[in-house]
Design a protein around this ligand. Structure first.
Ligand code: GLU
Length: 473
């Protein structure tokens, strides 16, 4: 194989969506697998919809995912001279021509086709103009577009992923390359750039498959061998509909903010269409690179399962070395905790969390007394007798030495037996007192990490709070 050159070519009209991220990832994996070059090209010729800050966001999201590019970013908005030069060359070679129909004339042609129940195809009338006449009219200031002279032949696309597709000449007309204001159109700038950048493989979403015959014709006109095409299947939600906001987060930034780890997201995205074989799921980046091949990408749509992603993220979270984890948590306030406490707290909570955000929240209870209490919990466990139970439990715990969770558990069981209370009646108000919520990991393990003093202080102060304003029965 020639040395591989691939590109990711986002249009900065939105932030990086998981679909785009998967396209970028597949290009990146393919480049790395073949020691090739991964090029980043920003397709910002749509001046109305492209925004600078979205470009920075896309670059940032790619950097966060670890998808480093070797060339670029190139900006199409800075490459107009190339498109102009290519258009002139095609005209000189007789592969493209100026078309002088006015918008009104084209509109009338369209209407006529509609009335006859046919799809509109440009008639090709201006093909007949001589070069001299074309030059003369252009020089006289007449407005024109530049159209590709489409060969009258079936175009076959042998897509590595989607298979063979044939496009008959009657669906393809002499499409516009350059508008009358000199603005290059999408198909043209893409192909001029792919040709200029020596792109060997075009890996992109299946929504671009219908554009591909035009691109093939353009590559031929430009005098280059068309690249290998690999069109990736759609990404759907678990309900089988096109993935959208309705299904939950869909932007890379959103997942980052929700506390996902880049390696988990990358691993998950890699499996949306590609199967590495042997039922492999969790892989390191190195493993993905060494196993990746276009031949193992399936043509069907794949489903974006948020639950599976959360599971994968939870797995990655467990494997992250503690110092790295602390850096990722971005919670400098945690350094106020004694090292041992922090270590024990991570040991207790990490296995029960799936994201950095969840873990950060769980660890926050070791820093400060809860400021808010879950209203549903208050309704159930902030009655006068709960205050009494809290005081009884606190008194019993105060005498435990050494202050271990097994010791506490034994004492609490004995207390439940003596008083005829259920263990939950003792434990639930304590959970609320200590964390502000009823969801917490094993209570006594948490109390052990919190330490006797903090735990008893929170329990007694919460008891006082209930006594001052008990929830009615
Ligand atoms: N700029 C196009 C897009 O964002 C990609 C074009 C291509 O990959 O050929 O959909």
């Amino acid at each position: 194989m020639d040395s591989v050159r691939v590109r990711f070519a986002p249009s900065p009209t939105g932030s990086l969506h998981v679909g785009g991220a998967r396209t970028a990832l597949y290009n990146w994996l393919f480049a790395r697998r073949h020691s090739g070059t991964f090029i980043l090209r920003i397709e910002d010729t749509d001046v109305e919809r492209s925004r600078k800050e979205l470009t920075s966001q896309i670059l940032e999201a790619m950097t966060w995912l670890g998808l480093s590019w070797d060339e670029g970013p190139y900006f199409q908005s800075e490459r107009y001279a190339h498109y102009q030069e290519a258009a002139n060359r095609l005209i000189d070679e007789g592969k493209a021509y100026r078309a002088f129909e006015t918008p009104e004339e084209l509109e009338a042609e369209k209407k006529r086709a509609e009335a006859e129940g046919k799809a509109f195809r440009y008639s090709g009338a201006c093909r007949a103009l001589s070069r001299e006449e074309s030059d003369r009219r252009a020089a006289a200031g007449e407005k024109f577009v530049i159209r590709l002279l489409m060969p009258e032949e079936t175009i076959v696309v042998n897509d590595v992923v989607q298979g063979r597709a044939e496009f008959s000449p009657d669906v393809l007309d002499d499409f516009v390359l350059v508008r009358s204001d000199g603005h290059p159109l999408y198909h043209f700038s893409v192909c001029v750039d792919d040709a200029a950048m020596g792109i060997t493989h075009v890996i992109r979403g299946v929504d671009h498959l219908p554009n591909t015959p035009k691109h093939v014709a353009l590559f031929r006109a430009l005098g280059v061998k068309p690249p290998v095409f690999a069109h990736l299947g759609m990404i759907l939600g678990t309900d089988g509909k096109k993935l959208s906001k309705r299904h939950g987060a869909a932007g890379v930034e959103e997942f980052r903010e929700m506390g996902f780890l880049p390696q988990a997201l990358v691993n998950f995205l890699a499996l949306l269409g590609w199967s590495p074989g042997e039922d492999r799921e969790r892989m390191t980046t190195e493993e993905m690179i060494s196993l990746f091949s276009l031949e193992r990408i399936g043509p069907s749509p794949s489903r974006f399962d948020h639950e599976k992603l959360a599971w994968m993220n939870g797995q990655s979270l467990q494997e992250t070395p503690e110092p790295e984890l602390l850096a990722l948590l971005k919670a400098p306030e945690l350094s106020a905790l004694p090292e041992e406490t922090l270590h024990a707290a991570i040991g207790l909570h990490r296995p029960r969390t799936k994201t950095l955000v969840e873990l950060r929240k769980a660890l926050s209870i070791y820093l400060e007394d809860p400021a808010e209490f879950d209203p549903a919990g208050m309704k159930k466990f902030a009655r006068r007798e709960d205050a009494a139970h809290l005081r009884t439990l606190a008194a019993r715990l105060s005498s435990i030495e050494p202050f271990t969770h097994t010791g506490m558990e034994e004492a609490a069981r004995a207390l439940a037996e003596e008083t005829g209370l259920k263990l939950g009646a003792l434990a639930q108000p304590a959970r609320l007192a200590l964390t502000g919520s009823l969801a917490s990991p094993p209570l006594f393990e948490m109390i052990e990490v919190l330490g006797k003093e903090t735990a008893l202080r929170r329990m007694l102060s919460f008891a006082g709070r209930i006594e001052a304003n008990p929830h009615p029965h």
